[in-house]
Design a protein around this ligand. Structure first.
Ligand SMILES: NC(=O)c1ccc[n+]([C@@H]2O[C@H](COP(=O)([O-])OP(=O)(O)OC[C@H]3O[C@@H](n4cnc5c(N)ncnc54)[C@H](O)[C@@H]3O)[C@@H](O)[C@H]2O)c1
Length: 254
């Protein structure tokens, strides 16, 4: 009998935004390791060049494209480049995101615009950009990154970030309803406490305090997140759509 899971993404083309580091880098590398041709995009060119090299050194297929997700033109161009190079887009991982903490009083107009531009508009633009093609293919897997704060809010330093991640939950449901008939699933994940550069504003004491409150007694890793993204990007999850799945060691359940 053949093993049940081999390379789940052979012949699949995947686009990952914000793939220069953190969760985006991990899932890009893991998708490539399971056979996908991966387009790694980010605003920081040196980071995606490094990721591209690492993927290629491991024998994976990869193209790097600089893309600022706040620009619909850059997203459209990046998707067109993907089509020119590989002919299709099977998987879109909307991972690029920004967290600048701020209480209500600290939240400036600039912070509101910057956060919503990246965390909300970036996702809307990218889903819109792949929709005609995925409909034509009658296949697609879209996975976006929300956050625990998008479901539960935050009682300390986060105001606009939580709102932006709440919007991801809503747009995921709308897109899932509209695209389901075309063989396209649209899901999101809601992580908490994954130690990446985004969370560098937490000091060691805060990390210890948070880990203590999590039932599994540890913080999250980029590998934890990648496993879930890969599942939602695979054919194993074809009956799941419109969901935003918690991934937080049991800290928040709904
Ligand atoms: N780390 C956590 O605990 C946590 C929890 C909940 C949600 N998230 C979300 O996870 C996603 C990934 O974050 P991470 O923790 O890996 O952080 P990270 O900072 O390591 O990675 C984010 C990446 O996004 C890129 N990026 C930022 N602005 C961009 C733009 N305008 N266009 C393109 N790329 C851009 C950055 O250059 C960076 O490489 C984000 O959407 C974040 O909001 C993280």
């Amino acid at each position: 009998m053949a093993p049940r899971v081999q390379k789940r993404f052979e012949n699949k083309i995947a686009v990952v935004t914000g793939a220069g580091q953190g969760m985006g880098k991990q899932v890009a590398m893991d998708l490539a390791a399971e056979g996908a041709k991966v387009v790694v995009t980010d605003i920081v060119p040196e980071l995606i060049e490094e990721v591209r090299k690492e993927i290629e050194q491991c024998g994976g297929k990869c193209m790097s494209v600089i893309c600022d997700v706040t620009s619909s033109e850059q997203i459209d161009r990046m998707i067109q480049k993907t089509i020119d190079a590989f002919g299709r887009v099977d998987i879109l991982i909307n991972n690029a995101g920004l967290l600048i903490p701020g209480t209500i009083e600290e939240t400036s107009d600039e912070l509101i615009d910057k956060t919503l531009d990246i965390n909300v508009k970036g996702v809307l633009y990218a889903i819109r950009a792949v929709t005609p093609l995925m409909k034509k293919q009658r296949y697609g897997r879209i996975v976006s990154v929300s956050s625990i704060t998008g479901k539960r809010g935050d009682n300390s330093t986060i105001f606009v970030y939580g709102a932006s991640k709440g919007a991801v939950i809503s747009l995921t449901r709308s897109a899932a309803r509209q695209l389901g008939p075309f063989g396209i699933t649209v899901n999101a994940i809601a992580p908490h406490a994954v130690m990446t550069s985004l969370m560098s504003y937490w000091d060691e004491e805060k990390k210890r305090e948070v880990a203590e409150q999590i039932p599994v007694k540890r913080l999250g890793t980029v590998e934890d997140i990648s496993y879930l993204m890969m599942f939602l990007a695979s054919d194993e999850s074809s009956f799941i759509t419109g969901e935003t799945i918690n991934i937080n060691g049991g800290y928040y359940m709904d």
